[in-house]
Design a protein around this ligand. Structure first.
Ligand code: P61
Length: 458
């Protein structure tokens, strides 16, 4: 049973949480225009909005903050981080950034021209938006199984390699400055990518001289899945597997707010010296000098230490088991989720949870609203609010294939009894699902609208 893995840590500091009463939750949600991004964190009981920047740091990381050398240039913590990154990822160059999207912005501004294409297994929304912001087209080529929530394929995050080959032939390599792999595949349910797939993607790209960049936010969790599920890797260490994964890549973007176990931080890494020089220019313009990139030196130190901790097998074993435990509790009561569960979150399948609500009425968002009303739990919609796009010529909306609600588990923050509470709330809601109505969006910006959109029930 996955629930038999105790936390490989003990708790040294605690933070009080409070569940507002039902009437207050109703008022709070209405005040936030039914968008949980607009709810004050103090009004949330269990916060599963994201696993990004929400980790509990270790005693070693907190101690690391005290050895932050806050010099403007060439602080010692930069060199510590540089050492870690070269030992784990083995790229020749790296630039610290304040978070993942800053690494994306610098990378795409340096290499993507208007009209270019950037294929991926699935781009996350910030990646998609940053490619489009410089006039490029973000293209998703996921494996067909990745779009079937009930398919138990062990590596549903994989890219469809045949589609990639056809795509490159159709579009022409000169219009593809790079391709990406998001590991694990967040928008597709936190599903892992196999090493065989990384290798196969690299083989196709090599024929055309197209570089491969990995969106590495959750690479350590992905590595753990490779160790567990892919033949030939059970006896390798997580570090050895990470080496092999990144050996096929020309660089990576990293939001260290996930598998760097920090509250803020990220980086861009690459082997190409010319790209490093161009990216350095942009980093200095937008983020800061190349040895701090928008972070305090103490943050660099916390990242240098967190990156190692996230590769610890005992930590990863517990992490993946914790997510698996919540998934199992929901599955045994028939709650529809993306199977098998990914590494950082359980994704409810809103289409099957609320089959009576059409996608145009945001079933995922309606479910998010009710998860808060029912139990003070904050989840996030990963569906039509986040990914539907309006066709500028026809004015019609194109809806994504998956309509999901993500229950993201912050790292080292919640215990099994918190997860039992979450499971009980969701199961209770599932019994009452017919009472849930659809929503309409009353306000939404064209880019990344989910952060600020407003809704009402229809
Ligand atoms: C998340 F609602 N993820 O999953 P940054 N790549 C990938 C990510 O998952 C990711 C980034 C790049 C978040 C935070 C988040 O609309 C949203 O450090 C695979 O957040 O810049 C971030 O890394 C970007 C939540 C981001 C959102 C955007 O919860």
């Amino acid at each position: 049973m996955p629930n038999l893995v105790p936390e490989p840590y003990r708790i040294k500091a605690v933070e009080a949480i409070r569940l507002p009463i039902r009437a207050d939750r109703e008022a709070i949600l209405a005040h936030a225009a039914y968008n949980v991004f607009l709810i004050k964190s103090e009004d949330v009981y269990i916060d599963l909005l994201t696993d990004s920047g929400t980790s509990a740091m270790s005693d070693a990381q907190w101690a690391g903050l005290m050895v932050g050398d806050e010099a403007y240039a060439c602080c010692r913590n930069y060199y510590n981080l540089k050492g870690t990154i070269s030992e784990v990822f083995r790229f020749r160059y790296f630039l610290p950034t304040h978070q993942g999207r800053a690494a994306e912005k610098v990378l795409f501004a340096a290499v993507v021209k208007p009209g270019d294409y950037v294929p991926s297994n699935t781009h996350f929304d910030t990646t998609h938006a940053n490619i489009e912001a410089v006039g490029g087209h973000a293209v998703n080529l996921p494996l067909a199984e990745g779009l079937v929530p009930t398919s138990r394929h062990p590596f549903k995050g994989n890219m469809d390699v045949e589609r990639l080959q056809r795509f490159v032939e159709d579009v022409g390599a000169q219009r593809i400055p790079l391709a990406m792999l998001t590991i694990t595949n967040n928008s597709g349910g936190g599903q892992p990518v196999s090493l065989a797939n990384v290798r196969a993607v690299k083989e196709v790209l090599s024929q055309y001289g197209i570089p491969l960049f990995i969106d590495a936010c959750r690479y350590a969790e992905n590595v753990y899945f490779i160790k567990q599920r892919e033949e030939g890797y059970a006896d390798k260490t997580t570090l050895e597997i990470a080496h092999e994964v990144f050996s096929y890549a020309d660089g990576c973007t990293m939001s260290a707010k996930k598998d760097g176990l920090v509250n803020i931080g990220g980086f861009l890494a690459m082997n190409d010296e010319c790209l490093y020089q161009r990216a350095s220019q942009l980093l200095i313009l937008w983020e800061g000098f190349v040895t701090y990139g928008g972070l305090a030196s103490r943050d660099l130190e916390a990242m240098a230490r967190g990156l190692w901790e996230a590769l610890d097998e005992k930590y990863l074993q517990h992490r993946v088991a914790q997510v698996g435990y919540l998934a199992e509790r929901l599955l045994e009561r028939g709650v529809p989720i993306v199977e098998p569960p990914g590494g950082h979150a359980v994704y409810l399948d809103a289409r099957r949870f609320l089959p009576h609500i059409p996608q145009a009425q945001f079933p995922g968002q309606a479910l998010v609203a009710h998860v808060y009303l029912e139990g003070g739990i904050r989840a996030v919609e990963v569906g039509s609010v986040m990914f539907a796009r309006k066709d500028e010529t026809t004015g019609e909306w194109k809806y994504p294939e998956l309509e999901l609600v993500r229950l993201a588990i912050p790292r080292r923050v919640y215990t099994q009894s918190h997860l039992d509470y979450v499971a009980d709330v969701i199961i209770e809601l599932y019994h009452k699902r017919e009472q849930i109505h659809g929503m309409r969006c009353t306000y939404g910006l064209p880019v990344l609208r989910h952060f600020t959109a407003r809704f009402e029930f229809v």
